[in-house]
Design a protein around this ligand. Sequence first.
Ligand code: 13P
Ligand code: SF4
Length: 394
Amino acid sequence: MSVSPPTTWTEPTPSPLLLLLGEGTEAETERGVECPGVLPRASDPGLLARARMAKAELGDRVFVLGHHYQRDEVIQFADVTGDSFKLAREAAARSESEYIVFCGVHFMAESADILTGDHQQVVLPDLAAGCSMADMATLAEVEAAWSAIAAAGLEQSTIPLTYMNSSAAIKSFTGRHGGSICTSSNARRSLEWAFDQADRVLFLPDQHLGRNTAVLQMGLSPADCVVFDPRKPGGGVSRDALRQAKLILWRGHCSVHARFTVDRVQKIRRQVPDVTVIVHPECAYEVAANADFIGSTENIIKAVNAAPAGAALAIGTELNLVRRLATQHPDKRVMFLDSSVCFCSTMNRIDLPHLTWALESLVEGRVVNRISVNAETARWSTVALERMLALPGS
Ligand code: 13P
Ligand code: SF4
């Protein structure tokens, strides 16, 4: 999603902002789900070798998927790395692997289970690896919202479009009501498809991705959008406002990307006049509107790879990825857009001890932390996910 062409930069310097950053505050709370069994100690000096040995022993029986926000200690074991769209496709394409070990978060592992065969089992090394945004839309809330839409007489003219960052139950709801899934890398194509099907779209659960795509990319007016707050009666939106809206945005957001501010963008532009500001579309509208480039994690990586040596790039997304890009591009000045440390704490739940434990358990014939979506939910989720995968260009 390009807002304007990246600017170029000619003076190579190290990345002082990144060098200043240490381990620190995390943006989310933990879910407190215990793993069964005994985890290896993080201080075990043989951990790396144990994980390597277990993976080698499993050979082609296991396929490890790693989201870009994973820690370096984990990502080194990934057979494929990617954004959530690429990982969904990769999971669907690995029918020969008995086990898919998903180094990412719960909704991604659920989607992998939905897209893989019955002979395959998906493992999430730590069940506490959830997503606070996905938790912002429960099935009961979404069904209540749909009832409010129906009460306004809009059920037939509205279609749900649901971000990948959602539970399988919400994906299933979407499939049952004629809708599709989208990710940050195909949101525009998906929204265009949705508007071809209906007059109005209910976009779940990330208001920012919905608004950024519709307004910044497709030219809708902010006035075409209303925000449906599941905590308020009727979503806090009158029936008239629902009728007039083209896009009903669910009031959900990512607590990690909510940390990036317009002030910070302006400050970095003052400090580094030739900087290119690159942000994930989960950032707030004002931040995205002030960026030079907006993209999914995979597209952010492509933009950094394509930048010339010496380019100054301020990146607004999760810190594990930004740090990795800074390390991989010592000839570019890769900076983190926030002034403090900002990991996705649930992505960070997957660490080397959990991965080692999951792999060694598989070697011993025990499938731990299996993610399994029930058949009825999977049936309609598959319909919604396959609508996305069938979109032209997907
Ligand atoms: P991507 O689809 O860009 O990988 O994003 C997933 C995500 O959770 C970002 O917060
Ligand atoms: Fe969820 Fe935000 Fe973490 Fe992505 S970065 S997994 S949206 S909490």
